[in-house]
Write a protein that binds this ligand. Structure first.
Ligand code: DAH
Length: 361
């Protein structure tokens, strides 16, 4: 009897001294495991006389039950303690917003989106996208486009010039996308149907002008294209781009050195209640310049004006982006403010399509 009491006291002490769950498990296995001290005692019962068994049986079984219960109780205490430590160490701020996956979080800049929309509409009409360098020579930006040396139209472009290079040539930041007309006509033969989205630069800055801005140029050259075709193309473009069924356009005579005749195009709109609507109203809004390609420009590109003809136009991308998406100030386009981009930006995977809608987001 006293043997069992000693065993029990020692085991209970060990159990209560176990500092963590692995230590407790080691004590349990040493006592109650297959070869544990209590399991060995239980095995002796079989060899006892019935009288001995009657006396020792309840003692050994009782010992086993109390030790089992003590292990369970200690495990409870240890589990609770481990949980309390974890809760104290881990801090979860449930008021934090859930982090979005990067592909949902990123935003496409409205200018990029609008360039994609423009490319989608003209691409569907059979146009190719062409590009040219931002740093241009005087030849491509002015001379080949029929700007006479000393002509006041050059000054109107508020050009940024580079320092003269070793040959004394002053490169410049292109003031319009029109030089890509020249590059294209020098590089390929008609029929030519291109649109040229890109960056342009002028020394000008206020609410509606930034030193860097975007234009999209259009050029069609073949043997028969005329102003009637251009009118249709521009009307279809405006309807598609602004996602409206009807649009009224006004062609006003104008002057550009590289087109003859030249026109500026306004679209009709209403501005009631601070909101712009197209296809209705009393106001007119200028959106582009256009005309028939000047014979001198064709000649400068090695094309015979008696054989080839065509038309061109140039449109401010930032301007039509502001009109379409209701932005009143141009400057935030270039400020890289993520709050503005979160609001006005587009989801990266929602690409504009003519079937799905240009601007679903
Ligand atoms: N390049 C002109 C500008 O920046 C816009 C323009 C007008 C382009 C008429 C054209 C055009 O191609 O035909 O003011």
């Amino acid at each position: 009897m006293s043997d069992f009491t000693t065993i029990e006291t020692n085991l209970i002490n060990e159990i209560n001294a176990a500092a963590d769950e692995p230590a407790l498990e080691a004590v349990r296995v040493a006592a109650l495991g297959k070869k544990g001290s209590i399991s060995e005692l239980l095995k002796t019962l079989g060899k006892m006389t019935p009288g001995e068994r009657k006396e020792k049986g309840p003692q050994i079984n009782g010992l086993r039950d109390r030790v089992t219960a003590a292990v369970a109780a200690r495990r409870d205490v240890l589990e609770q303690a481990a949980l309390a430590t974890r809760l104290a160490a881990e801090t979860v701020d449930v008021s934090l917003p859930v982090q979005e996956a990067p592909e949902n979080r990123g935003r496409i800049h409205p200018i990029s989106q609008v360039i994609d929309e423009i490319s989608t509409v003209f691409g569907d009409m059979g146009f190719h996208i062409a590009e040219g360098p931002d740093i241009e020579t005087d030849f491509y930006n002015f001379t080949a486009l029929n700007f006479a040396v000393g002509h006041p139209a050059r000054e109107m472009h508020d050009t940024f010039f580079m320092h003269p290079d070793a040959n004394g040539e002053r490169k410049l930041l292109r003031t319009h996308t029109s030089p890509v007309q020249i590059r294209t006509m020098l590089a390929q033969k008609p029929p030519i149907r291109i649109v040229v989205p890109g960056r342009t630069y002028r020394h000008d800055s206020d609410q509606t002008h930034t030193p860097m801005f975007h234009q999209v140029e259009g050029l069609v050259v073949d043997r028969t294209s005329h102003l009637g075709h251009m009118k249709w193309i521009l009307e279809e473009f405006c309807k598609s781009f602004f996602e409206i069924d009807q649009i009224k356009m006004r062609f006003r005579p104008s002057f550009f050195p590289f087109t003859e005749p030249s026109a500026e195009v306004d679209i009709q709109c209403s501005r009631k209640g601070g909101e712009i609507r197209f296809g209705e109203g009393e106001d007119w809004l200028e959106i582009l310049g256009c005309g028939m390609v000047h014979p001198n420009v064709l000649r400068n590109c090695g094309l015979d004006p008696d054989e080839f003809q065509g038309f061109a136009w140039g449109m401010g991308i930032d301007r039509i982006a502001m009109l379409k998406y209701g932005m009143s100030d141009l400057r935030p386009f270039f400020e890289a403010d993520t709050r503005w981009l979160d609001h006005y930006g587009f989801r990266p995977l929602d690409l504009p399509t003519l079937i799905g809608g240009l601007s679903l987001t």
